[in-house]
Design a protein around this ligand. Structure first.
Ligand SMILES: [Zn+2]
Ligand SMILES: [Zn+2]
Length: 79
């Protein structure tokens, strides 16, 4: 099993274009549309929500329940 320091190695669909993001490597940008996949997006207004934010700076929506994709937010991961 490779030693992967980053947490964005699970792959899965891009939240913007829904194409598959490659698994097994640290991916910062969608290879299909260029979206920065390390940054979550507000479900209400699609503004970028940085790790650790609890509310969208644009519309004020509670985004604390968004999945954390960036490294900094997953330092406490179970493994
Ligand atoms: Zn994409
Ligand atoms: Zn918003």
């Amino acid at each position: 099993m490779p030693n992967s320091p980053a947490s964005t190695d699970k792959g899965g669909p891009c939240p913007y274009c829904t194409n598959t993001i490659p698994a097994g490597r640290a991916v910062s940008f969608c290879p299909h549309c260029g979206l920065n996949v390390t940054v979550a997006q507000c479900p209400a207004c699609s503004s970028e929500v940085e790790p650790g934010w609890h509310f969208c700076v644009t519309c004020g929506r509670d985004v604390s329940a968004l999945p954390k994709v960036a490294d900094a937010a997953t330092r406490n991961a179970k493994f």
